[in-house]
Each structure stands twice: as C-alpha cells, then as structure tokens.
Design a protein around this ligand. Structure first.
Ligand SMILES: Nc1nc2c(c(=O)[nH]1)N[C@H]1C(S)=C(S)[C@@H](COP(=O)(O)OP(=O)(O)OC[C@H]3O[C@@H](n4cnc5c(N)ncnc54)[C@H](O)[C@@H]3O)O[C@H]1N2
Ligand code: MOO
Length: 394
C-alpha cells in the first residue's frame, strides 16, 4: 500500500496543462497567469509629487532665494509649463507631474503662502525630496510577472496598472462529478429514516469552487454496475472525473471494477492513510485522472485536499500546496498504524495547533470551524504539547 506522499508523487507526475485562454481582467481574480508580463513604461511614469505643496529648484534655494512666487498651480492629471523662473515655484498636488525644471517638493505644512508669495520654514532642501522619480520603481521593459503566478488582488491591480485588460491564463479543467449510493437522496427530497442526504455533492462542488471550477457534469448515480459504466463512459474524455462512495469492500462497491472495465488505468487502490484509506485513483486514456473518493464526508474532504488539490495546484504550475508547521497544543493518540489527518484550529497565544473534535470520518460536522488539516505521522504514536505538527490550511 502506498503512503500519501508516494500517492501525491504519482499523481503529480501525471500533471498536465488544461490549455490557455485569454480572459478579461474583470475575471482574472483567482486564475493563474499563463504569460510573462513586462512593464509597458517606466513606473512612476513621470516625476510624481508625493505630497501636496510647492515644487522648487534646489539650485534656486542654494543660491539664496528664500521668497518665492507661485508661477503655476499644477493639479494631478495636468502638465505644468516647462521652465521654472528663478524666484518662482509651482504649487503642486500629490500625484501631479513635477516639471523637470523643479527638483524638490516642500510640504504645504512647511510653507506659508500669503497671496502669491511663499516662504518655507525648512533650513535645508534635499534634491528630489517628496518626489517619486520616473522609473524608480521599475524601468520600461523589465519583467514584473511571470507565468504560473496566481492572480491575487495585488496581481490584478498590477495588471490593471500595466494596461492589461485582457490576460492569458491557464484554462480550467473539464470536470465531471458523480456521487453514488442507493441510500443517498437529493437534499430537497423527502427523506426516509434509512436514507441520508447528498452532502458530498455540495462538499465537492464547494471545494472545487475555491479553484473556480464548476463541474461540466454533476450527477448522482445509483449502485448499479451497468448504469455506472454507461454514465462514466460519457465523460472519459474529460480532464478530471471525481466520484464519491462505492470504493471500499462492500458488495455494491463497484467503482474500481467499473472504471478498470472502461479502460481507466489503475494508479492505486487504498493508501496507508486515515481517513481516506479506500481511495481509488486511475488515469484516463486521454491522460486525465479519475479520483474515486471514499463516501464518508470527512474522508471525502481529506482525500480531496490531499490529492485533488495537489494535482490541480501542480497542473496550474503553482507547485505543491504549502505545508506549514506549528507547535501542538493538546494530546492525541494515534488509533491506526497509518498517517492520520485530523481537523485543527490555528489559534491561541502563543499560536498553536489545537484539536477540533470530530467523532469518526462519518461525522457530519467535518471538523466544523477548523482552519487546517493536521498530520499525525505513522511513526508518532502520540502528539503532546509543544510537538511540531504539520498542517495544510483549508
Ligand atoms: N470491510 C471493509 N469495510 C470498509 C472499509 C474497509 O477497508 N473494509 N473501509 C471503510 C472506510 S475507511 C470507508 S471511508 C468507507 C468508504 O466506503 P465507500 O467509499 O465504499 O463509500 P460508501 O460505502 O458508499 O459510503 C460510506 C459512507 O458515506 C456515506 N456517503 C456516501 N455518499 C455520500 C454522499 N454523497 N453524501 C453523504 N454521505 C455519503 C454513506 O452513506 C456511508 O455511510 O468504507 C468503510 N468500509
Ligand atoms: O478511513 Mo475511512 O476514510 O475513515 O472512513
């Protein structure tokens, strides 16, 4: 039986691009850039006043001028006239271009203006004080963003600054999602005592939404071999197929057999993890992957985070999801011989990893209010106060 690291390595070794597409900058948030982007011009693009005040020539100041007249008022968005005369200053607003004949801005607070005459309370002037000089942040043509960058708010803002109202991003995969099981009924349907509502459909759709993925197909399939095969056959050309339930040892756990019967190449069945041990994973004839997740809700969530997120992240060029570590606060005994994953909050002073109560992997609360999924490795029988614990943020 593989462990979760070996399984992740196998899955991510099969990572592939889902193509690229141009989209509007309005839709770029959360997408991954598929092109390098360079500065279209110098930034700042002109010598920019960083304070409201007065722009002078320090040469004029150094030659002894202490009383200035206002030659022109320059607002942001205006271009001042060139050629500042000796004994004159510009009154200038934050964000306005400082004409090249001036090289210092004195804050309004350090100035006294009576009619058109200005004097300053400063003793010394530093050239380019309160001026952000053209190109001091970045020079035209310099690369700023590279492909495989996640479009965060800062990145979207930067793209806007650079005038990129359309950007090339990684396309999203075509995903099919199937829940299975005769006992599982629609959330809106009347329910009998022996039935349960289809929470995993919502769980998995919600987990996919974080990646901006909306399954192209999303259905529930009863435990019937032929019906399962007919349904799965229609999506064999997709990038990713996710199923849930029907993968362990029961008489109606048909998925591994049905998938293999359809020509899906088994990568592994069962891993040395808890929860999630019964997961089955295979490769589609066209190169995509099938993740057949266990039906228990917490197992479903854990296996999605460990394997589908790792796959998506690597396919998008973002690398493996970040594993962080912090000291543990509490006590936990391992109940299996496997690597165990459990829900935790990251809280307290000093900050630590704290247990969130969960009963079994069938507990409908799925570690409600957890911030992260923590790991108790198979070689650690106990976790105690202060032990370093690895976790993956939700
Ligand atoms: N003899 C063995 N039995 C089981 C083993 C084993 O190794 N040997 N593994 C256990 C473990 S661990 C898990 S996890 C489950 C996983 O089983 P399946 O993936 O086959 O899932 P099901 O049996 O179909 O369902 C398990 C559980 O989850 C509920 N479920 C299923 N689908 C949904 C859904 N869409 N929404 C909400 N809940 C769902 C289902 O009703 C079951 O209660 O197998 C153990 N058995
Ligand atoms: O390991 Mo199963 O995935 O707990 O219920």
């Amino acid at each position: 039986m593989l462990n979760y690291i070996q399984a992740q390595q196998l899955i991510t070794s099969l990572s592939r691009s889902f193509g690229t597409e141009y989209i509007s900058l309005d839709d770029a948030d959360g997408r991954v850039l598929a092109e390098d982007v360079a500065a279209d011009r110098d930034y700042p693009p002109f010598n920019r006043a960083t304070m409201d005040g007065y722009a002078i020539s320090t040469a004029d100041w150094e030659s002894g001028t202490r009383a200035f007249k206002v030659q022109q008022v320059i607002y942001a968005g205006q271009v001042g006239e060139a050629g500042l005369q000796a004994g004159y200053c510009y009154k200038i607003m934050t964000g306005a271009p400082v004409p090249l004949s001036a090289n210092a801005v004195i804050r309004r607070e350090d100035a006294t203006q009576v009619d058109g005459n200005v004097s300053f309370s400063l003793e010394t002037m530093r050239p380019y004080q309160n001026i952000a000089r053209q190109g001091e942040d970045i020079k035209a043509g310099t690369g700023i963003l590279s492909a495989n960058t996640l479009c965060t708010p800062a990145v979207v803002s930067l793209l806007a600054t650079l005038g990129r109202h359309r950007v090339m991003v990684a396309s999203l995969p075509k995903v099919a999602l199937f829940t299975t099981g005769d006992e599982v009924v629609e959330v809106s349907a009347a329910i009998k005592p022996h039935q349960i509502r289809n929470s995993n459909e919502y769980l998995l759709q919600s987990l996919l939404k974080k990646w901006l993925i909306k399954p192209a197909v999303c259905n529930h399939v009863i435990d019937d071999k032929q019906h399962l095969a007919e349904t799965l056959k229609t999506v064999l050309g997709f990038d990713i197929i996710i199923t849930c339930g029907g993968v362990s040892a029961g008489d109606a756990d048909y998925l591994p057999e049905v998938l293999e019967g359809l020509g899906v190449k088994k990568l592994f069945h069962k891993l040395s993890i808890r929860p999630g041990k019964p997961i089955w994973c295979g490769q589609l004839p066209m190169g995509g992957l099938v993740f057949a997740l266990p039906g228990n809700p917490f197992s479903c969530m854990v296996t999605f985070k460990l394997f589908i997120e790792a796959y998506l992240s690597v396919c998008f060029g973002l690398g493996m999801p970040r594993i962080l570590t912090l000291p543990f606060n509490g006590k936990r005994k391992r109940s299996s011989g496997f690597d165990e994953f459990f829900p935790v909050s990251i809280s307290g002073e000093p900050i630590a990893v704290n247990l969130i109560p969960i009963n079994t992997s069938g507990d409908i609360r799925l570690g409600l209010n957890a911030d992260a999924l923590a790991l108790q490795p198979c070689d650690a029988d106990e976790l105690n106060d202060g032990d370093s614990v690895s976790y993956l943020l939700f």
